[in-house]
Structure formats: structure tokens, C-alpha cells
Design a protein around this ligand. Structure first.
Ligand SMILES: [Zn+2]
Length: 571
């Protein structure tokens, strides 16, 4: 807990201290100041503070889990006392702890425990990985996996279940596509779910079918639930292990927190139980999933910020407007260029988006809605606008999650309405190989438009959408500044005029996510008074060549002034 002395003498920049000397002199006896030595002093580092008043410094001092000082080595060492740990970083780089503004904590944890299909180059490879995992698993037990992407296979059509069903006749298998917006089930899973040719497409969902109407095993968007609902739920103990694994994995890559893009009430209860018990060493901004009972419960409770010593925030609701581009579920104003009868899917009626948004504004909550297609984005902007007209609110910070394809007429509406585009830079470099086929050349110019949006004055909160993409935040940092994939393709970057600068990219993973989570007063920069969350890197990501960014090693991750992850090669 902060004491008042600490707060007075560290929160304000020097010019403000000069303005109020008498009040402070009365409040703090001189003797008390001299004994306020630091717990930790970090020296000889290249420290990017993301604080525009003092952007690069060489030393930090930490006291009571907060930044006590950022500046020169000499001044920092003046705070050294008998119990102070001094860390000489010998020229290493420090940035503020990174925050992922859009990821799925429990799904990430489960993905670490289920069959990982990310990076598979063929359907055969998918089947081989599932068969490998099934060894020793009793018949009838479900096998789940995630991460396949037919766009990365030689044959980019959706797979059909037959080969999977032949290889795994005795275990129900449920394999989610990389974007979480489609899944492939084998025959045993479809039998368990009672799926037949007569099964109808649910609203907002689609079963892929043969010409004769037989389900092929691929279920898109809301149709996924037809199978998912018969999978036995994981236990609370399993979920707790999955959450722990996800946090450890995040910290390994330099993340000090994330915005968890939609969890159920039982999961949020579990997170709260863990935070209360001190088992959540992470800054978790959790969004409430779109469930009417859960939403009503949390709206009645009111917005909760910085719970349990700044470890948990519960003040946002996650809604869905449409699906994803890869599975042609993103709602478009004009049909898909490679599927002329298909405009995509609306996952929620526009009236629902408006209704929840209005109730959220009344209760002081933020709304963050998934929208990928240009029609999806427009519908959300319209819903937000109507809600804000009904309940005028100055500082709502409503967000659109992904905001991938935006009609150029809608770009200025983000700034005008105060809506934050929460975009995952790495999606651009994952989608660029086939986005042109889906959208055609004209709409492509309105896609992943970071520069167009930044030019209107908005901030962009960056993220990974893990487990859709790797949780390593440097993938999005690299994509943001290069518009190139991990192999540095294409030369010069894809639609390079939309690149972010290094400075913007760093802000998009630190102070801008903090702003998008109402956390910027205590997080997001290495400003005296803020939480001492920072990351030590083996190289200077602000100056190395684009191609050297992804080789960066995280040497240590500090949360509240304590190392939660350290590599052996730390000095
Ligand atoms: Zn997501």
C-alpha cells in the first residue's frame, strides 16, 4: 500500500512539486524523506519510458511496487539504502510491461493443453497430430484441438470429415479453426451431437454440406455450438491449471497483463477467487461475455477497477457483431469477391448491440464489440452512436475489436464518436495472402487501415487474439512496423503506407491498451508513481532492423517491481 509521503514525492513531475512546496513540507517531515530508499535500482539500461516528458532514461528506482524514479544513474543511486537491490543491466533495453488488449486467457490455457494445430501445412498433418495425441486415450473420450487453417494448405477448400473419421473412429474429435469461427468434427462427434442431413443451419451459423445436403463436418460460427454443447465441460480445477499456464506463458513473452476478450460468469468467478487468494500475478482486464444473466449481474454490481491490489478489472462487456474473414463470416456491405452469393453473417441483431450498449452506458461500463467486415463495423458504429445519443457520456471508451475492414466513410466516425479501434496487427500479416481474394482490390485499401485511423487522432490498442495467434506480443509489434510476415515477406511491406512508427507500435502495446482499459493513470508507462511493471530485452527493438525484431529475447518480466519471469542469461 502506498503511504502519503511516497505519493506526494513521486507522482508529480518536478515543476508541479515546486508549485506546492508548503503543503508538502507540512505533510512530510524532512527526516521521513531521507529514509525512503528504493527497494530496487536498475542502472545502465536503455529505458524507453513511453512517457513523453522523459522518453529515454538510463536508470529506474522502484519502491513499494511502484516506479519511484526514472532518470540518470547518479540520481537513482542516491536512493540506494542498505536493503536496496541494484541491477546493472550493462546496456540492455527496458520497455514498460507489454499489455495484450485482446486475447482469450482460458482458451489460451486450454490451447496449451489440447492438440496444437497452428502451422499445420496439410490436412494429413492435422490428422497425424490428432492421432498422436489419441494414443492411450480411452474410446469415447473427446479429443479437442485448435489452430488449423486451410488457407495454409495446398488445397485451400474446407476439409471434410471422412479422412479424420477413418483415422479416429472411436473418439469424438472437435477441431477449431485458427480464428475460432469454424470447427471440424469427425463422425463420432457428429453422432454424439445428433447431427444429420436434416439438421438445419442455426441463425448466424452454417453447416458446410455436400451437394446432396450431407454435413461435411465443418460448422461455421453459431453452428459450432451444435457440437460444442455436447462436449463434457472441464472441471474448475482443470480451468485453474489452464489459467496458470496461460499467465506463465504470457509473462515469458514480456506481457504483464491482458484484456481477456469475453469470459463466462463461472470463469470470472474463478479469476476473482484466484486474484483474492494472490494467485493471479498479472493485470487482467476481463470482459464479460454476452450472456444476459451474467451481464445483468455485473451491471447491477457496478464497474470494478484495480481489484485485489490492481490485478483484476471487471467493467467491460464483449459483444459480437459478425464472424471472421477466413471462414467468410465477416459481414460485408457487398458480397465476397470469391463467393458472390455470400455477404457474411451477423452474429447479433443490431438492436441487441444498441440495447446492451445503452444499458452499459447507464451503468458506467465499457462495450467492446467484435466486428471484422465493413458492414459489421458500420452496424456497431451505428449502435454505439444511437446508445450515446440516448445516454450522452464523455469518457465511455467504447471499442471495436478487430476493426479490420472499414469503409472509408466510417474511418472518421471512430474519432468523432470516441470509439477505440482495438486491432491486432499480426492479423494483417496472417490474412494478407488471401484477403485480396475475399475482398477484391478496392476493398483491400480499406483493410487493416492503421495509418488512416491514427491520422484521425484515435489511439489503437494492439493485441494478439491468442490463441488465434501466438501470445508473443512482438509478432504484432513486428507486423505493425513492417507489414511483413515472420519471413519478412513481402519486401517493403503489404500496403506499406498503413505502417505504424516504432514509437506508435510501442505505445500500441503499452500506454494505449492501458487507455483502452481505463488504466493509464497507473500503468502503461514508466512514470514515477505508476506500477513498476517492465520488461528487459536483449536488444533495442526501437532501433534494430525490422528483420531482427522477432529474434528478440525477453530476459525478464517484472510486475509490481518483482520478477515473475527471468532467463538464465540475465546479468
Ligand atoms: Zn478474439
Amino acid at each position: 500500500m502506498l503511504d502519503p509521503h511516497f505519493r506526494y514525492f513521486t507522482c508529480y513531475p518536478p515543476f508541479m512539486r515546486r508549485l506546492v512546496p508548503f503543503a508538502l513540507a507540512l505533510a512530510v517531515p524532512l527526516a521521513a524523506q531521507s529514509v525512503r530508499t528504493a527497494d530496487l535500482i536498475v542502472i545502465n539500461a536503455r529505458i524507453y519510458t513511453v512517457d513523453d516528458s522523459r522518453p529515454v532514461v538510463s536508470a529506474l528506482a522502484v519502491r513499494d511496487g511502484r516506479i519511484a524514479f526514472a532518470g540518470s544513474v547518479r540520481e537513482a543511486m542516491a536512493l540506494r539504502g542498505a536493503g536496496t537491490r541494484v541491477l546493472d543491466l550493462k546496456g540492455r533495453t527496458i520497455i514498460p510491461g507489454m499489455m495484450d488488449a485482446h486475447a482469450h486467457l482460458l482458451a489460451l490455457g486450454k490451447s496449451l493443453q489440447t492438440v496444437n494445430l497452428v502451422g499445420t501445412k496439410s490436412y494429413e498433418e492435422v490428422i497425424a497430430r490428432v492421432v498422436e495425441r489419441s494414443k492411450g486415450v480411452a474410446p469415447g473420450i473427446w479429443i479437442t484441438g485448435r489452430g488449423w487453417d486451410q488457407n495454409q494448405w495446398g488445397d485451400t477448400r474446407f476439409p471434410t470429415h471422412e479422412a479424420l473419421s477413418r483415422a479416429l473412429p472411436n473418439n469424438p474429435v472437435y477441431l477449431e479453426r485458427v480464428d475460432g469461427h469454424a470447427q471440424l468434427a469427425n463422425a463420432a462427434a457428429m453422432t454424439a451431437a445428433g447431427i444429420m442431413a436434416v439438421t438445419k443451419d442455426p441463425s448466424g451459423g452454417r453447416l458446410e454440406r455436400t451437394v446432396s445436403g450431407e454435413p461435411t463436418g465443418v460448422f461455421v460460427d453459431n453452428a459450432m455450438d451444435l457440437v460444442r454443447r455436447v462436449i463434457p465441460p472441464t472441471s474448475r480445477a482443470e480451468d485453474r491449471l489452464a489459467i496458470r499456464a496461460a499467465i506463465a506463458e504470457s509473462q515469458r513473452w514480456g506481457l504483464v497483463g491482458l484484456h481477456d476478450a469475453g469470459e463466462s460468469r463461472p470463469t470470472i468467478d474463478l479469476l476473482e477467487e484466484m486474484a483474492r487468494a494472490g494467485e493471479l500475478p498479472f493485470r487482467l482486464y476481463v470482459m464479460i461475455g454476452d450472456d444476459s444473466t451474467a451481464v445483468a449481474h455485473y451491471l447491477a454490481r457496478g464497474p470494478q477497477s484495480a481489484l485485489y491490489d490492481s490485478h483484476l478489472w471487471i467493467r467491460a462487456i464483449k459483444l459480437f457483431a459478425d464472424g471472421a474473414l477466413g471462414s467468410r463470416g465477416a459481414a460485408l456491405l457487398e458480397p465476397y469477391s470469391d463467393d458472390p452469393k455470400n455477404n457474411g453473417l451477423l452474429l447479433s441483431p443490431p438492436a441487441h448491440l444498441q440495447d446492451v450498449s445503452t444499458r452499459a452506458l447507464r451503468a458506467g461500463f465499457q462495450v467492446n464489440t467484435h466486428a471484422i467486415g465493413d458492414r459489421g463495423n458500420r452496424i456497431v458504429l451505428d449502435a454505439y452512436q444511437a446508445a450515446l445519443t440516448a445516454v450522452p457520456t464523455a469518457d465511455h471508451r467504447f471499442r471495436i475489436e478487430h476493426a479490420q475492414i472499414i469503409n472509408h466513410d466510417d474511418i472518421p466516425r471512430f474519432a468523432n464518436l470516441g470509439v477505440i479501434p482495438s486491432m491486432q496487427a499480426v492479423h494483417q500479416t496472417s490474412d494478407m495472402y488471401w484477403a485480396g481474394a475475399r475482398l477484391g482490390p478496392t476493398r483491400l485499401l480499406d483493410s487493416y487501415p492503421w495509418r488512416s485511423l491514427l491520422n484521425t487522432g484515435v489511439v489503437i490498442s494492439n493485441g494478439s487474439d491468442a490463441p488465434v495467434e501466438s501470445i508473443n506480443p512482438l509478432f504484432s509489434f513486428h507486423s505493425a512496423v513492417s507489414r511483413q510476415d515472420a519471413d519478412n515477406w513481402p519486401a517493403g511491406g503489404w500496403l506499406p503506407e498503413q505502417k505504424m512508427s516504432r514509437d506508435e507500435a510501442l505505445k500500441s502495446m503499452t500506454i494505449w491498451p492501458a487507455f483502452a482499459g481505463f488504466q493509464e493513470a497507473t500503468m502503461g508507462s514508466l512514470t514515477p508513481g505508476k506500477l513498476a511493471d517492465f520488461v528487459v530485452l536483449d536488444r533495442d527493438i526501437m532501433t534494430v532492423a525490422d528483420r531482427d525484431i522477432l529474434g528478440t529475447a525477453v530476459l525478464a518480466t517484472y510486475i509490481g517491481g518483482k520478477p515473475v519471469y527471468e532467463r538464465a542469461l540475465m546479468p
